[in-house]
Every structure is written in C-alpha cells, then in structure tokens.
Design a protein around this ligand. Structure first.
Ligand code: GLN
Length: 229
C-alpha cells in the first residue's frame, strides 16, 4: 500500500479522505490526516486542501501557512514537496504556487513547487462561487464531464516560461465568470500538472465524483512510489 496524507490544519480534509477511501484502488491506499511533522514522515504523497463551502468560510491560504508554521510543518512541507507527489486544491493550490500576485508584502508564506503565478480570489470578491462542467484530459470515463466547484477560487495568471507544465483542464470561454477572448489565456487554466505535482483551482473533494482522486493516485502517486521502492 501507499500512504497518502491530507494536510489537516484547516479546510476540507475530511472530504478528501472520504473520496480516497471510496476509490476502486482503495485497498492499495492508506490515508493519514497530517497535523505534525511525524504524521508527514509516514506519507508517500500529500493533498493540501482548500476551504469547503460552509464549514469554514474564513479559510485562507494565509491561515493554513500560519498554522503550518506554528505546527513546525513549514520546512518539512517544503522538503516533502521537493521529493514527493503533492496535490493542492484551491487554497492548497495557492500554497503550491511559486508566487502570488497582489499579496501584501510579507503577507503570504508559500510552499512553492509549481512554477505558476496565481491570484487569490482571482475572479473578484463578487464571485463567491460557481460550478462548471469541465473536460479533463486523462480522467477515467473521459466523455463524462467533471463538475468543478469553484469557491473564492484562485486564478492562474502566468506559467513560468519553459516550466514542464501540462495543462489538464480549462474553463470553457462561455463559462468564465468574466469574458476572456483568448482561449489560451492562462486564466482559463483550472487544473495542471508539473512533474509529481497536481494543482486544481476548484474542489474535486466536494463532489461525489472520485475521478480526480483516482487520477492523482494513478498518475502521480503510484508511478513515483514504485519507482522509489
Ligand atoms: N480564497 C481562499 C484563499 O485565499 C481560498 C478559498 C478556498 O480554498 N475555497 O486561500
């Protein structure tokens, strides 16, 4: 079995755990809710969650980073990201970004690992949440769209030139909260991969569809763990 940790400082960690436990692959996966550096040491891969719909409306990536520092997890998390697969959803995606545009000076501690610049609440504070049917490259049953739930979602502003980034889902132009002419505009990107890492600006754990968790396990986690062992 492989052990997938879920950072459990704040946000929708329980929902991520439920999705992993429902996978067809579940016999091969153990889950750990990570609150301490010792918990993290047991993990082969990690999910960094974002905030759910109503459990914690004040959840911010800044708070998760602060709690990570207080728990002594900040440096261990950075080391983990250098070596093992990590998936960030929403606030977790912000933490994996290399930079955040518009962040107050000294106001945002990041973990890094994915070469993107991102904006928090990037659709504007008036866009609290929305849903969109997404075509996602590489999911099981690809003809069935994946319903993306976006909650005060971050927006990808730019990809570092030459970074080995694979875009796996974009918002279709007619579903964008604000009009964007160019379909290659990075702001349309809502899921991407870079090396071992997966980043989604929406919340796959808040649906009953486990295909993103299956994707992370099959494409990012299992190949890495079998290569290491
Ligand atoms: N906007 C939040 C942040 O800055 C993220 C919201 C979420 O995770 N649903 O971290």
């Amino acid at each position: 079995t492989v052990t997938i940790g879920i950072l459990a400082l704040q946000g929708a960690f329980a929902e991520h755990e439920t999705r992993l436990q429902n996978l067809r692959l579940k016999r091969k996966i153990a889950t750990v809710l990570v609150k301490t550096p010792e918990d993290l040491q047991r993990c082969d891969a990690l999910i960094i969650p974002g905030g759910g719909r109503c459990d914690c409306p004040r959840l911010e990536s800044t708070t998760i980073a602060l709690l990570a520092r207080l728990s002594g997890l900040l440096e261990p998390l950075k080391e983990f990201i250098n070596a093992k697969p990590v998936w960030g959803t929403c606030a977790g995606a912000i933490l994996l970004a290399q930079s955040v545009t518009g962040a107050k000076k000294d106001g945002q501690e990041l973990l890094g690992g994915v070469s993107v610049d991102i904006a928090r609440n990037g659709w504007g504070s008036q866009v609290e949440s929305f849903e969109a049917a997404l075509d996602v490259n590489g999911l099981r049953d690809p003809s069935v769209p994946f319903i993306g739930i976006f909650i005060r979602a971050p927006v990808v502003l730019a990809l570092a030139p030459d970074a080995p980034i694979q875009v796996i889902a974009r918002l279709p132009p007619h579903l964008l909260p604000e009009p964007i002419e160019d379909e290659n505009d990075p702001r349309t990107i809502v899921a991407l991969r870079q090396g071992l890492h997966l980043l989604t600006t929406f919340h796959p754990e808040l649906t009953r569809d486990d295909r993103f968790h299956d994707y992370f396990a099959r494409k990012c986690v299992f190949p890495t763990v079998s290569a290491l062992s």
